[in-house]
Design a protein. Sequence first.
Length: 655
Amino acid sequence: MGADLFVGRRAESAEIRSLLGRRRHLTLTGAAGAGKSTLARRLADTMEQASPGSVCVLDLSEAPDDLPGLTGMLARALGVRVRPGASAFDAVAVELLSRPRTLVLDDCDRVAGTAGVLADRLLREVGVLSVLATSRQRLGFTGEHTYQLGGLSENEAVELLTGLAGDRLGGADPAGICRRLDNLPLAIGLAAAAPDPTAADLFTDRRDVRRDTRRHGSMGAALGWSHDRCGREERLVWARVSVFSEGFDAEAAQHVCAYGGLTVEQVLGALRGLSDKSVLLCEKDGGGVRYRLPNTVRAFGAALLEDLGEAEEARRRHRDHFLGLAARATTGWRSDQLGWYHRVLPDLANLREAVEDCYARPEERRKGLELVSNLWFLWVCCGRAALGYELLRRGLDLERRPSAERLKALWVQTWMSIQRGDVEDAERTLAECAASDWEGAVDLVPYVSHFRSHLAVARGDVGRALWLIRDARERHRSSGDVFPGFLPTYIVVATGMMLSGEYAQATAVLREGRELCASYRDYWTLARLDLILGLAEHILDNTAAATASVRESLRGARMFDDGVCLTEGLEVFAVIAEGDAHDTLALFLLGAAATAREEAGTPSLRSPVLTELLRRSEARLLARNDKEEHDRLIGTGRSTDLLTAVEHALQGLAF
C-alpha cells in the first residue's frame, strides 16, 4: 500500500525533538493507527544519520512481560555480553554510560508496566540516556511525560491518500474520506490499498471486527489489539458509548452505560481506563470534560454492541437521556440563558440523533416533536434555525394527530417562520394553532396574539399590531410568563411606535425593557432591544448613542451566535456609518450583511423602519461614490464572513 510514503508530521517531529532535549523521556501515545511507531522510527533514523551509533531501537511488540526478559532483549540489541551470574541491567547501564544514546522502546502496549519500570531505572542510572517510547497507554512510572499523537492535518491526510490511491479516487472528495477515517495514517493506507478506496463502509463492516492475525493488517485488527488490553468493564463501556455522536460527558455515559451489572462507579472508572488506553479522547472545555470516540473506534464499538445484543437498549437509554436534557434545558433557559446554551450546544449531534430515533418509531414520534420543541431557544435565538426548521417540519409531517406536543411544535415553527421572514408559513401555522384544542398547552394561548402582532407589523398595520400586543402582554403577565413571553413584547411595542413616528417615546419604552431584561438576565431580548434603540437614536441624530447601542447589540448577539440579530446589526451600523459619511465602512458592512442573508437561505423579517432607511442610504452611497469603488467595497464585504464583519463594526476598522 505504499507504506514507504511518509507525509507530514513536521510540527510534531520538531516538538518531540525539542521535548526530548529538555525532558530526556517521552512516551508517544495515541489511537490505533495514528502512526506512533512510524513517527518514532523516522525520528530515530534522523538522529542516527546525524550521529551514527547514537540510537538503539527495541521492538517490544512480542516481548516477554518480565523485567529480566526485557533487559536481556536490550542487552542483545546493544551487543552487550553478560557474564554468567552477572547483572544484565548493570552491564546494559555500563554500555549506555559509555556514550550519549537515545533508546527507542517501540510498541510497548503488551508490556507497558514492565517497560515503564525498565525505562525509569535506566533514566535514574544513566544520566546521558534519553528514552522515546510508543504505546497506546502510559507506561505509568513517576514523572513520565506523554505526547498524544492524533490524526494528520486535513491537508496532510489528503496528500497521503491521493499519493497512495492516485486516480482510483475518481471524483470522490478525498477530504471527506479522510475525515471518515479520522485522518489516521493506517486507515488511510488501508483504504488506498482496498479495491474501492471510496467505500463508505470500508472499515465499519462488522466482519472487520473478526481480526486479522497481523496486528495492523486491518483497522479491525489494530482496534482488536486495543480491545484485548481492556478489562470487562472497559469493553462493555466501549460498546455502549458507541451510540453517542461526536462526543458526550460523564453524566450521559452513566445514564447510557450503568445497567446490566455495571455501576456508575465502574462506568467512571472505565472512562478513565479507556482514555488512558487512547480509545477515548478526553477533551476539556469551559463546560468541563467531554469524551469522544474517533469514527473508526466508534464503528468497532457499534459492531461489538450488536454482537452483545444490547444495541436497542443502549439506543433507548441514549434517547431517554437526551429527552430529559432537552426538558431541563427549556426550563433552565429562563434563568440561565448562556449557561444552558453552552450546556446543550456540544450535544447537538446527540440531540439530533435522539430526534431521528424517535421519528423512526411511530409510537415515539410525539416524544421527538417534544424534544425539538423544548430546544426552541436553539432554533429561534442561537443561530441553529436551519436544523430546527428541518426537524420540526419533518416531525409535523410524520405526526399529524392533535396533541399538546404538536401544538407546541406549531408554536415554535410559527416563531421561526416569523424570524425567517416567511409570513405565509407563519400565518398558516398560526391559524392551525388558533384552531387547536389548547388542553395541555394553555400557556401558549397568549402567543396567538403575540405572533399576530408581529405579522401585523410586517404588513404595516400599526394600530392592529399595538392592540394585539397589548392583549398578549396582559395574558403573559397573568400567566407569569416573563420570558419568552412578556419581555420580547417590547420589540413589537417599540417597533410599532417607530412606525408611527414616535421615536422619543420608543426610546423610553426600549430603556424600560432593557432594565427589565437585565434584571431577569434575559440577555437575548436585551440584544434585540439594543439594536432597535440604536436605530431610534440614529433617527433622532444621536450618533454616539446609536453607535454605542448597536455595538452592545452585536456583543450580546455574538454570545448566542444569533445570526439574524448580527446581520441586522451590520445593516443598522451601515446606516449609521453612511449617515456619518463613513462610506467605506458602510459599503463593506452592507456587502457582508448581504452575503449573510443569502447564506441563511431565506431573508429574515427586517423591520420596515430599517428597510426604508437602508433604501435611502444605499441610494446615497451609490450617488456619491465611484461605481468601481462602490462595487469593490461591496465585494470585499461579500467575501468576508459574518463574525469578521461584526468585529470590524465593533472596532470601527477602516478600509
